[in-house]
Write a protein that binds this ligand. Structure first.
Ligand code: F6P
Length: 538
């Protein structure tokens, strides 16, 4: 990678542009803000406040060409085995393809299967939402509890919060993910089993946390319903593992399937979105899929210089590999997107947190950065200080909407004024001369200087809708894909989560024993286990 001509040219170019300040870049080009922005697929991306010139973009696009990004995109959309270590396609784009389209996998169209499941989901959701689906004691369902973790939780939980405005308000949605009993206890403490439906969501149906919580849910339901037959009316499953679902005791008629070519973190628009659909209804869910699809088409067809996900992915590479950025802050100025940073953490870090190339060779460059964030303006009163005046280089994504879903007084203008102000302050800062001109005492001047030159990208959309949410999520999915293609890594496997799982399985039975000689870990782990053993019962 680092030997590629475009990479070398970027390294040389970086030495040239690194000393440039955004103040200079803007002063030298009065149209920079308009020029370095792209509007496509319903989103407006302003990337002018990044430390780039036209040459930077041209070189990054050249790098994308040298890395075969176009061929990789074609491979993904045509169902090639791009998840090489798991020998699978990564065909989440088929989940939102319109019904008339065909996408062949091993010669078989997968789109018709997708729409068959969507049809079943829609019928089920209509039944529950209308009160036609009754609980075991003939009461309507008022509460839906999604049990899942990782991609089987974060997508539905994020989407439910994001689209709460469009949800059926007399239906309570809860999400249980953690194997910490507190999660289940707090999520169910005020619910009535007679009115509660559990959606057990797990691609593999083997995940320890999910199966443990599903067993708790079963016991919790049966304590009141006291009849095994009640499970049929109060439990549905979302999975690729029909056998596992049946073994657990959920009627296969109550299972909504998906496929191994859907990665967990790319699954919120598959049957994993069942709880989202229960909340917002099939029509809104389909609008969300249409939004995803619009971005897919843009990603597949737009030239790289005008391609939103490609530009965002290339900027992430520019920041990570040439400016040594360790992190990216995602800052949605939209309360409904409060779970977006958590969702993006799995999407980005489970995808691109890899240390070897597709061929298993240790990479000689940084891969996926750390994603983190909080909704604005809350973050402003907490960690923005460090972004403005700390010593670290932190590129930020700002996300905002021009129309509020809850226009109360002038709150939306204030919210957006803060977004625009932050990107302005981060880019241009406040010079020593400006601080002095305000009459600041000399000793205080250094403390009040803002160096600026902090890169930001701003994504604006008209309004938060199911459609615009779909576009936004697909934007990030494909940006992650672009980064993975440049770094030549497998963005669709997650072997890094395995070791901890195996060790936990080994340790769990050891916690109950009191026999000291049984422990054969390192001295630290042994001491921690011994201490826990001695104190675990109050
Ligand atoms: O442990 C990581 C992981 O495999 C994620 O990739 C996945 O989203 C999550 O666990 C849940 O897996 P499942 O849906 O199979 O329960």
């Amino acid at each position: 990678m680092t030997e590629r001509p475009a990479w070398k040219a970027l390294a040389a170019h970086h030495r040239k542009v690194r000393p440039l300040h955004l103040r200079q870049l803007f002063a030298g080009d009065s149209l920079r803000g308009e020029r370095l922005s792209v509007e496509a697929a319903g989103l407006y991306l302003d990337y002018s406040k990044n430390r780039v010139t036209d040459e930077t973009i041209a070189l990054l696009v050249r790098l994308a060409g040298e890395c075969g990004l176009a061929e990789r995109i074609d491979a993904m959309f045509s169902g090639a085995t791009i998840n090489v270590t798991e020998r699978r396609a990564a065909l989440h784009v088929a989940l939102r393809a319109p019904e008339h389209e065909q996408i062949l996998l091993d010669g078989v169209d997968v789109v018709s299967g997708v729409h068959a499941v969507l049809g079943r989901m829609a019928a089920f959701c209509e039944d529950v939402r209308s009160g036609h689906w009754r609980g075991h004691t003939d009461r309507p369902i008022r509460n839906v509890v999604n049990i899942g973790i990782g991609g089987s939780d974060l997508g539905p939980a994020m989407a439910y919060e994001a689209l709460r405005h469009y949800s059926q308000r007399d239906l309570t949605l809860r999400f249980v993910s953690n194997v910490d009993g507190t999660d289940f206890a707090e999520a169910t403490r005020d619910l009535d089993p007679e009115e509660t439906l559990f959606v057990v969501c797990s691609k593999t149906f083997t995940t320890q946390e999910t199966l443990t919580n599903a067993r708790l849910a079963r016991a919790w339901s049966l304590r009141k319903l006291a009849d095994e037959r009640a499970i049929r009316r109060h439990f549905v499953a979302v999975s690729t593992n029909a056998e596992g679902v049946a073994r657990f005791g959920i009627d296969p008629a109550n299972m909504f399937g998906f496929w191994d070519w859907v990665g967990g973190r790319y699954s919120m628009d598959s049957a994993v979105g069942l709880s989202t659909m229960l909340a917002i209804g099939p029509q809104h869910f389909r609008a969300m899929l249409a939004g995803f699809h619009a971005m897919d088409q843009h990603f597949r067809s737009a030239p790289f210089e005008r391609n939103l996900p490609v530009l965002m992915g290339l900027l992430a590479v520019w920041h990570s590999n040439f400016f040594d950025a360790q992190t990216v802050a995602v800052l949605p100025y939209e309360q409904y997107l409060k779970r977006l940073p958590a969702y993006l953490q799995q999407l980005t870090m489970e995808s691109n947190g890899k240390h070897v190339t597709l061929h298993g060779v240790r990479v000689g460059y940084q891969t996926g950065p750390i994603y983190w964030g909080e909704p604005g303006t809350n973050g402003q009163h907490s960690f923005y200080q460090l972004i403005h005046q700390g010593t670290r280089f932190i590129p930020c994504d700002f996300i905002g909407f021009c129309q509020s879903l809850n226009p109360l007084g002038d709150t939306h203008d204030l919210l957006m004024a803060n977004l625009f102000a932050q990107t302005e302050a981060l880019a241009f800062g406040k010079t020593q001369a400006e601080v002095e001109a305000e009459g600041t005492p000399g000793w205080l001047v250094p403390h009040r200087v803002f160096e600026g030159n902090h890169p930001t990208s701003t994504i604006l959309a008209e309004r938060l809708t199911p459609d615009s949410l779909g576009r936004l999520i697909a934007l990030y999915e494909h940006s992650v894909f672009t980064q993975g293609a440049i770094w030549n890594i497998d963005s669709f496997d997650q072997w890094g989560v395995e070791l901890g799982k195996v060790l936990a399985q080994r340790i769990a039975p050891e916690l109950e024993r009191v026999d000291e000689s049984e422990l054969a870990h390192d001295s630290s782990t042994n001491a921690l286990i011994r201490r826990y053993r001695s104190m675990r019962r109050a």
